[in-house]
Design a protein around this ligand. Structure first.
Ligand SMILES: Cc1cc2nc3c(=O)[nH]c(=O)nc-3n(C[C@H](O)[C@H](O)[C@H](O)COP(=O)(O)OP(=O)(O)OC[C@H]3O[C@@H](n4cnc5c(N)ncnc54)[C@H](O)[C@@H]3O)c2cc1C
Length: 406
């Protein structure tokens, strides 16, 4: 299929539903694979001229890894992912252990799927390599979608127009497709996050076992974990944005300013941050849960539907869940069934992601408490973390038939 004809139709199978996906991030590519598997033909439109991902890590919990392992060869994931033994939470100034949540074999057996630590570029590449490049249209920035009674028109920056039975916005937190459903704007959290990678060999004191390390302190926290089969350490460190220019969504940060922000923190934290040769700085935004995710022929998925602060490490996981549920709802449908299929998708997905969006926002306070009574209460609660039931989050199988009621 020609990648940029004017007034062309997206998808081609006669009689079958034709889906246009806007955005080739984790949500868009996972959706494309899930639709392929469901026998639903789709075309993906991505604004970037080449696919590239930011140099940072992403945690993929069992609720999403079980789905990914059904969509791509598990060996491809296993080759690049790291399976952590645990998440360890420590105090900011003296490295005192506050909690250790086991994630090793027992967790894998319990949830039937592994916890993965991945470089975002590795995950992106695994997803991309599974999709037909002829149906992935780069340099295609969608500027508007227009819903008609029987189809949707996609207008692109170059003036071209495509149509489809249904458009899915997988175009991230600043989604253009979402504008067809709501008039809201991203909400700035007042926080920023520095992210970067360090060759693992430069941090030998972190090499005892693969794990997620978190340090909590006043107004900020730091997280680091191995990715890319253990070759790199992914590092993330939050900082109050202060008068930093939040208009620039992401920017190159400076390691010296990061070290200044983390003055007084433990030697380990400062050694990790000091090993970063380059860092990016992100202004952290989310949005309130969206009232409606769908119209008759438009839907949103991933950050386009439910951008959340990264304090539950679930944004990409929920994007993956969205993708498989939406594909399940569309399997076997014709163009006339699209409104009912989309309504079903929204009904299944929205309560879960609303909850996770709210919890992520709440953690933004809990993670950054000043030392004092509140912090001591939090640390005691963390001590009980292992007993806390994560079943609802990690044990969830988005493809269980019971999860997709008619
Ligand atoms: C600091 C930080 C740490 C995080 N850590 C984790 C974690 O550990 N675990 C986790 O699950 N999640 C994590 N997340 C969240 C996760 O990164 C996102 O939820 C996830 O990447 C969302 O994927 P997406 O495909 O919906 O959006 P995106 O990744 O933003 O992809 C959107 C795509 O759409 C394209 N696009 C945008 N507009 C248009 C347009 N108009 N036309 C065509 N194409 C367009 C973009 O170029 C991009 O390729 C983290 C987020 C941050 C900020």
């Amino acid at each position: 299929m020609n990648s940029s004809p004017r007034n062309a139709r997206a998808g081609s199978a006669a009689g079958a539903v034709r889906v246009a996906v806007v955005g080739a991030g984790i949500a868009g590519l996972t959706l494309a694979l899930a639709l392929d598997r469901a026998g639903v033909r789709c075309e993906v439109f991505e604004q970037a001229e080449a696919l590239r991902e930011v140099g940072a890590g992403v945690q993929i919990a069992p609720n999403a890894s079980r789905l990914l392992r059904r969509l791509v060869p598990a060996a491809q994931l296993d080759e690049v992912a790291v399976r952590p033994a645990a998440v360890e939470m420590r105090r900011w100034d003296d490295d005192r252990l506050l909690d250790r949540a086991e994630l090793g074999t027992a967790t894998e057996v319990r949830y039937g799927a592994p916890y993965y630590l991945m470089h975002r570029a590795d995950l992106h590449e695994v997803l991309r390599s599974g999709f037909d490049p002829g149906r992935l249209h780069l340099a295609s920035r969608c500027v508007r979608v227009e819903e008609l009674p029987d189809r949707v028109l996609l207008h692109f920056q170059d003036g071209s127009v495509r149509d489809a039975d249904l458009v899915v916005g997988a175009d991230g937190i600043r989604s253009v497709v979402r504008e067809a459903l709501a008039a809201d704007r991203p909400r700035f959290s007042g926080q920023s996050m520095y992210r970067g990678l360090v060759p693992a060999r430069e941090l030998p004191f972190l090499m005892d076992e693969p794990k997620v390390r978190l340090w909590f302190g006043p107004e900020q926290h730091c997280v680091c974990y191995p990715v890319s089969a253990g070759r790199w350490m992914s590092v993330g460190a939050t900082a109050p944005a202060g008068d930093w220019n939040t208009e620039s969504w992401t920017a190159r940060g400076r390691t010296e300013e990061l070290l200044h922000t983390y003055r007084g923190w433990s030697e380990q934290v400062r050694a990790v941050l000091g090993a970063l040769s380059t860092v990016s700085r992100w202004a952290l935004h989310d949005r309130d849960p969206l009232e409606r995710w769908t119209s008759d022929r438009i839907a949103v998925a991933g950050d386009s539907a439910h951008p959340m602060l990264p304090f539950m490490a679930q944004g990409a996981n929920q994007a993956i869940e969205d993708a498989v549920v939406l594909a399940t709802c569309l399997a076997g449908t014709g163009p006339e069934d699209v409104p009912a299929a989309l309504a079903r998708y929204e009904r299944v997905r929205k309560p879960r992601t609303d909850r996770i969006q709210r919890m992520s926002r709440a953690n933004s306070r809990t993670f950054h408490l000043e030392d004092g009574d509140g912090q001591r209460e939090r640390d005691t609660a963390l001590g009980r973390q292992q007993a806390r039931d994560q079943e609802w989050l990690f044990g969830h199988d988005a493809e269980e038939p019971a999860e997709v009621p008619l």
